[in-house]
Design a binder for this molecule. Structure first.
Ligand SMILES: [Zn+2]
Length: 327
């Protein structure tokens, strides 16, 4: 593994047809939980082998066992009820969780999956959690007096999960906050809540911030207590980098250098150009190229093609950076 321009992905990959069918059958009571878990493991292992074969550096389990990134946790925490169907972005409908009473975590929610996935590969696998602010923003709060109170209560259960992941050996823990710019006036709540989550962690901490108005929360978001921010950039023509001219970026940057919402496959040179743009603001040991988020909406072949371009581009730019090392 190189120690500069490490490549990775945001977190989720597409589920194979057999797993989608199995999930539906399980929901109808036609397939046991044990049988479903076996198929989830099979699908996870397939994605691990694919990531290894194209030489990504930091792997993900692909989230074969998760549906919605908030509901997955809401279903496993005490205090939540699952509400009726609501429409979110695009044409996606989901059951919006309700925080109905005091939230607590009866047992770890992702640790067994992390441990199993890490056991089948020598490469580091990221622990993946949804952040407290996003859990709050994508739920109804009927239990806590203020949104800040609810966010801090959620932060406590996410902290417990993150610390368990670290104890299980996670070197990277990603705590996603795709909703952080939904209400820019609440950024201080998101920052305070993340501080609860990461206060005791020694693992590298990452937060993925999704499509949306990143400018509305910059530079305040630099106060988010994580080591690395993970951003889609290619889809935005790298416009967020311009913000760094005025207020220098102070964290590690996981930078999206191919557009996952386009079927067009970028060339290695185009992705390499994206990495070079990032290098104007962040040094090579703190810049991690990846595809923009949303790989789970792509076919296996498209996902692999996009990842392969990123890996090849990183290798190309690593060689250039190597040559520039001062004598
Ligand atoms: Zn995203």
């Amino acid at each position: 593994m190189s120690d500069i321009l490490l490549t990775t992905t945001v977190g989720s990959f597409g589920k194979p047809d057999y797993l989608q069918k199995a999930r539906n059958a399980n929901a109808r009571g036609k397939l046991s939980d044990t049988e479903l878990t076996e198929l989830e493991r099979k699908a996870t292992e397939e994605w691990i082998r694919r990531q290894e074969s194209i030489d990504l550096d930091i792997l993900v389990d692909g989230e074969m066992y998760r549906g919605d990134m908030v509901a997955y946790f809401a279903e496993r925490l005490d205090g939540f009820k699952i509400g009726g169907l609501v429409r979110s972005y695009g044409n996606r409908y989901y059951h919006k969780p309700i925080i109905a009473s005091k939230v607590s975590r009866p047992k770890p929610m992702t640790v067994d999956w992390f441990r199993w996935t890490q056991s089948i590969t020598d490469r580091p696998v990221k622990g993946m959690l949804t952040g407290p602010y996003t859990m709050l923003d994508w739920s109804y709060n009927e239990a806590y007096r203020t949104r800040r109170d609810a966010a801090l209560a959620l932060a406590e259960v996410v902290r417990q999960e993150a610390e368990d992941l670290e104890r299980a050996g996670a070197k990277y823990i990603q705590i996603d906050e795709p909703a952080i710019h939904a209400r820019p006036e609440e950024i201080d709540i998101a920052i305070e809540a993340m501080g609860v989550v990461t206060q005791n962690l020694k693992a590298k901490t990452i937060s993925h911030i999704c499509y949306g108005d990143f400018a509305a929360i910059y530079p305040q978001v630099l106060k988010l207590p994580v080591d690395q921010l993970d951003l889609a950039m290619h889809n935005y023509e790298y416009r967020w980098l311009k913000l760094f001219d005025k207020d220098p970026f102070t964290k590690e940057l996981a930078i999206g250098v191919v557009d996952v919402h386009s079927h067009r496959l970028e060339s290695v040179d185009e992705a390499a150009d994206g990495i070079r743009r990032g290098l104007k603001y962040v040094s090579a040991d703190k810049l991690l190229p990846h595809p923009d988020c949303g790989l789970k909406t792509r076919t296996v072949e498209e996902s692999l093609d996009k990842c392969r371009v990123v890996v090849e581009a990183a290798k190309k730019v690593r060689a250039e950076v190597g040559k520039k090392v001062p004598a």
